[in-house]
Write a new protein. Sequence first.
Lengths: 613, 481, 174
Amino acid sequence: MKLEIIPWIILFLPMLAAAGITLFTLKSRDQSARLSIGAIVLGFVLSVFFIAVNGWGPLKMESVASWLEVGPLQVDFGLRLDPLSLLMLLIVTGVGGAIHIYSYGYMHDDPGAPRYFAGLSLFTFSMLGIVLANNFLQMFIFWELVGLSSYLLIGFWFERPSAADASKKAFLTNRLGDFGFLLGILLIWDTFGALNFSAIQVELIRNPQALGALATVVGLLVFCGAMGKSAQFPLHVWLPDAMEGPTPVSALIHAATMVAAGVYMLCRVFFLLDASGSNALEVIAWIGGITALLAALIAVQQNDIKRILAYSTLSQLGYMVLAVGVASPTPAMYHLTTHAFFKALLFLGAGSVIHALHHEQDIWKMGALKNKMPVTFWTFLLATLALCGVPPLSGFFSKDEIIAAALNPEHGSVWLFLLTVGVALLTTFYMARLVLVAFFGSAKSHEAGHAHESPKVMTVPLLALALPSAAGGFLGIAHLYGKQLGQAHADYHVLAMAVSVGAVIFSFAFAWGLYWNAERDPLPEKIGALARAMRDRFYFDELYEATVIKLQEIAAAMADWFDQWIIAGLAVRGIHGTTELFGRALRLVQTGNLQTYAFLFVLSVALLLFFVL
Amino acid sequence: MNLSLSILEFAVIGAGLAILLADLWTPVPQKRNLGYAAAAAVGLIFLASMLMQAAAPAYAFEKMYVLDGLALFFKRFFLFAAVIVLVMSVEFADRIEAGIAEYYALIMFALAGMMFAASANDFILVFVSLELITVTFYVLTSFQRGRLHSLEAGVKYLILGALASAFLVYGIALVFGVANTTNFGELMGSARVASARPVFLLGLLLVLVGLGFKIAAFPFQIWAPDVYQGSPAPTTAFLAVGSKAAGFILLLRVLFSAVPEITVNWTKLLMVIAGMTILYGNLCAIPQRNLKRLLGYSSIAHAGYMLLGVAAMNSAGSSAILYYLGAYLFTVLAAFTVICVVMRGVEGDDISAVAGLHQRSPLLAASLSLAMVSLAGIPPLAGFFGKFLLLKAVVEKGATQPGCYWLIAVAILGVVISLYYYLGVVRAIYWSKGSAELSDIKVSWPIQVSLYACIAAMFYLGLFPDRLVNIAMEAVKALKL
Amino acid sequence: MRLNSTTLRNRSDWSGAVPIRPEYGWKIGWNGGSRASGIQTVTGTRTTHMQASDHPYLFLAVFLVVAVIFPLVPLGLARLWARTFSPPKPGPVKNAIYECGVESKGDAWIQFKSEYYLYGIIFLIFDVEAIFLFPFAVAFTNLTIGAFLAMMMFLLLLVEGLVWAWQKGVLTWK
């Protein structure tokens, strides 16, 4: 019984840290950092301890406190402890811990550091809440909290208008997805009368047709939430902009944890997506595939180091969602885990470079960093190789399983398979481009010529993350997930392996030819318009600007017009006699406003009566 | 006749009269502090109301007046709101030229009207209590006699309010003409027969018009932004919380305890009104720069959300309204308290006045931000749960009325739109450079206490909603749902 | 009340032949009748003729024509009379606002002292009070103690109002 309290402690430690920082230590940078780092490291140690003592546990162990009892709606505040959540617990506290420590170095000179650490702890708390939630409502609440804390962190440098806009964009886009999610939850409650995951699962096994015609709709609505958080097409626009936040935040939120939440949630409720009569999986697979391909194409022509990584993240998330879509949650979670390691490593490496170059982010102004920053370079290279899927690094195994799953005729198709291979080709290409341009060749700017390795507090987390990035394939992670989500398909592995290794070699050779010692990008000359489209991110932002935002503006403008002219215009201005056009007419009847009001009032009454009677 | 049932109302009126008398012998500099006495008195009555029980409905004044769980819930609601509003008024006192004690007393008389409204079981009491509320508000809105805006608000409210009252009383007359009674209990018996007569329906619709005016539902919402903008801040707060809640309790009583048989035919009407109200409020609020006007539009939108609960026509919906009102009470009072303190000496109430507020007073900044976040319906604050419960109630209705899904979509669209302007306020607080003045703002301790109470309640209701929801569920048993 | 009897007769005549909106005859007859008694006879005879006619609204047209002509004829006659016997000869004295009385000075839009209204209201309240007090006094011996207390309560409220007004200086004319 005593053991049960440990996950609760892990969950609430970061919240206490966040509260402590906001209440007491806002003045002191060091104390705030210590509180925040202490909370998450202790959380990591406790997680390891818990797993060591308890093992990976009985498959479904729930620790429950009654929270809400409202008539027929009964919601517990519970923690669900199974291999899925325990592994995620390790990732969030482990990778998160490394990032916390790294931040201490990175944010050394920033006066807002206490606020930053408070945000970081709040974020960790809400992320842990999602991971451990045992019912939809609890998950949704933490889901929103994650959105809120990422809003605070992306907009951390609020003096920059771009950061403020980016945070707002991220929040609004996320909310759009979230409301689909909420609607899905409401429908689920309507159907099952319960929100607890295991209760719904049991009910669904007992009566597979429970959802009936709504199965697809519910699946897609729930997927809406994942689309927002995991930045799937067409809600992907917020993620690249979110790079306006400090780099460790990019690493924590936009590589390792928050964006993974969508995929995690899909795996958590996989039984619902897979329910009989639901076609949701097919849509999910294709949306994942399209996201992966689009993002990889865009990444090829980006020049900002963090943006390349951001689009790479998008592309890998697309992979994971595709894996869920072909009914293989195990590879999805596996890739999520390994990706968390090496992508966090990549972001932290990029942060180290940016730090050394005094906030220069353009790769065409870097170059020749290989010898000046050895630790950063070697860890970055290792992570790049892992991302490309070079054996025997971690990324190879997880990616391989996804490609194999896409080939499985039961859910996948040849087209999906070709899509995954194409993305694999592109991945190697843009990562090779990044490494060749930024670390090799000649120094292309003054800062790059005088770069120095970052301090220990930043390089040690790099080394710590390099270990699992390299050896992640041998830790039996897939087996653990498999215990809960079902084993991956064993067939087609050889073909997938051969194709993916071939893709790496071919693509790398191509990139070598183009970018070895290149001073500027030769690609635009060769493929012209396509390159421009890639560089301009296929004009998605412009499209949204033109449609969604414009529509909102038009609606607002119309409402404004109505308000200004019909109500305020005819009214308030009439009183002040400032409207030149109507002034003379309205001065005769100074109470024009009231008459308008009264007229509208009576007209409404008449219309109401007309329609009802 | 059982006078002891309405002891709370009599106590409030007595306290109001006492304040009026005490004013006569209080030296001028001390008059302001009468507000604290008034707040303390209302606070005591609030505590006393906690001791009251209403297991079974009890009637007084020949069944005109009923004391049941629902009435008691709303009485406590109004009493609590009045305490905060009175504290706020003390803060506001220096902006009122003369007659501050009358201001306090009028708030208490309006409070008495609201409390009578909570117990109305007869159209006559509906009319009388509504008039008591409205007439006092005519004065309260135009209390800053020197300010043109305040006078304008008062005149607009007066004329449109009179128009609405005229419709209401005409409607009541028609209902009486057909059914030969104004008592809700007797009406329920005869409504089935009377509902065949169009005149009866006409009368009920006109009653709805009058009540729709009170809650600022589309299409009777036109007055709200102007009046909210022009009135003194405490009046606006009381208008947004008390007067609106009074409109809702009367609406619930009329629809679900006087004529439930007729109400079921009006699902579609109520759904359309709810949807339009949500859209109107949210769309008009987007371009707003004036904070009080923005809250005026937002209050229209919130009336729309609460109408969702009415349109759902089940006990889940009605109890969700009660919960939502509870959440709304703390949120709006916190917002207006901050506005009242910050807008001292600022003409125009522009959003820019709160720019850089977090440097001037962290408490005020945090309160206003949390209020905005709660209004936007973001967990874990109270506003989220209210919206969740309302939507849940409508989803339940969706099984029989497929149009409900459209309504839900509209409501959710409204919530997304609303984020836009609520976040605009939060952004102004933290993320824009303070305008002219950057001196620290002194916050008196009663204001601090009420702000802390509101914040705590927002969190408490958001994190542990079940207690209030269960109370609400218990309360709406009084309705015939 | 000759008026009412004729209209009622009309209405009852109609109810058999013309089922549509018998109220019209009633309303219009009443309106016309109130203006001049002469019309009443016209409507009376017309409508009785109309019973033979099959168009129910014909009488409206006829009525309208008569209603226009009837006032126009005397007006025209009066005009002719004036032109012949008293041609207009305007002068400063003749154009003055009043033929008699005192000339007004200044603008009519002056501010009233609000004390007028306060006086008025307080007077009204005590006036109304008297209406309640009178029956109370008449039935005093038969009333219960509760009624007596209620009345005292009522008086107390009014007294408070008076005290308040007095203290506020409403009753002193400044």
